[in-house]
Design a protein around this ligand. Structure first.
Ligand code: TYM
Length: 353
């Protein structure tokens, strides 16, 4: 198995990222290690089950950005991932920009991706809105870079939230078409990756609007819980979260048509490791005056160790840079054979400069 996933280093790591993706990254990292021990693959690390996690800094330039902020945010996001449990000894942690093969493979895949496929991407439509002509080309071709990110490493599993599912389907389509067009049937260049989406937290919604996903780009800080928020801020954000005037029902079916209530109960369930029904069994008939402080406490207690580790790590620029440089070197080693194979399949010879 090869697990690969990425996160954009823009803004803070929030609860949606954590529950939708990062928690699964940590789980898979631990499973991989157990599987490696069982298989006793020894020192041949290129053959072992592996996890590669990266900061998608190349993706971040698809929207307007401040260069100095991007550099700082890349380090901060690395610190946040380590604080969440990504262990740079067991997983390969790096930033895309240090591995030239991502951008290079994207160009090769641009020959295979179709305009029509990219035009159908809902994230492109959402982000471009009515002003498509004014967007960067990078925003449009963003999903081809994302395909390169995972195909470069022959990823078998890609843990993501629901909003990335369509991008991964596109990565599979690109891989399939490239293999069909340029490879012998018994010698495909690319592996088709499987998205791994957690059923219990696939889409965490904004605290201010149950129909919008929790997002770094929401202008309201009150819409999201950041993993770096202190206890008072978390309690305040939960207290102010939008709800409805009804009491909580006894089971999940009773939350239908109540998106804000469903979101808060789902967050409670995902953080405490219970099912939505188990949480509701405890709070049935109670209003949000009782539920919100309980939710706030669960959040504060579970996030406390993460925010403490984050605060200890974030100032240590040298260690973070060293982690990313070492991760990039290991990633390059794994990715280059696939990059070479893609060049060869296209009738090109890669330069060694
Ligand atoms: P990004 O940076 O927006 O988000 C990182 C991860 O967090 C998940 N996520 C959520 N999950 C549940 N509820 C939410 N409200 C929520 N918000 C974000 C995302 O699904 C994602 O898994 N294009 C990607 C980064 C990327 C990537 C890749 C991912 C670049 N290359 C290759 C996987 C494989 C992005 O912008 O994620």
């Amino acid at each position: 198995m090869r697990v690969v996933s990425g996160i954009q280093p823009t803004g803070n790591l929030h609860l949606g990222n954590y529950l939708g993706a990062i928690r699964n990254w940590v789980r898979m990292q631990d499973e991989m290690e157990a599987a490696n021990r069982a298989q006793a693959t020894g020192s041949d690390s290129a053959q072992a089950n592996q996890c590669l996690f990266f900061l998608a800094d190349l993706h971040a330039i698809s929207l307007p950005h401040v260069p100095a902020d991007l550099r700082a945010a890349t380090r901060e996001m690395a610190a946040a991932l380590v604080a969440c449990g990504i262990d740079p000894e067991r997983s390969i942690l790096f930033n895309q920009a240090q591995v030239h093969a991502h951008a290079e493979l994207q160009w090769l895949l641009n020959g295979t991706a179709r305009m029509g496929w990219l035009n159908r991407m809902t994230q492109w439509k959402d982000k471009a809105g009515k002003n498509r002509e004014g967007q960067s080309v990078a925003l449009f071709t963003y999903p081809v870079l994302q395909a390169a990110d995972v195909l470069l490493y022959q990823a078998t599993h890609v843990p993501v939230g629901e909003d990335q599912k369509q991008h991964l389907e596109l990565a599979r389509d690109i891989a399939q078409k490239f293999n069909n067009d340029f490879c012998a049937e018994d010698a495909p260049v690319f592996t088709l990756p499987e998205p791994i989406i957690p059923p219990e937290a696939a889409r965490i919604m904004s605290l201010r609007d149950g129909s919008a996903k929790m997002s770094k780009s929401d202008p309201s800080e009150m819409s999201r819980i950041n993993l770096s928020d202190d206890a008072d801020t978390i309690m305040q954000k939960v207290k102010k979260a939008k709800t409805d005037p009804e009491v909580l029902p006894g089971e999940a079916a009773g939350l239908e048509g109540r998106p804000e209530a469903l979101n808060l109960v789902s967050i409670y369930a995902a953080m405490s490791g219970e099912s939505v029904d188990a949480v509701l069994a405890r709070f049935a008939g109670e209003g949000f005056g009782k539920f919100k402080p309980a939710l706030g406490e669960v959040l504060v207690e579970s996030l406390r160790p993460i925010s403490e580790r984050f605060n200890a790590l974030r100032a240590d620029r040298e260690s973070l840079d060293a982690i990313l440089a070492r991760g990039a070197a290991r990633a390059r080693e794994i990715g280059i054979p696939t990059l070479d194979a893609a060049y060869n399949a296209l009738g090109l010879v890669r330069g060694r400069g």
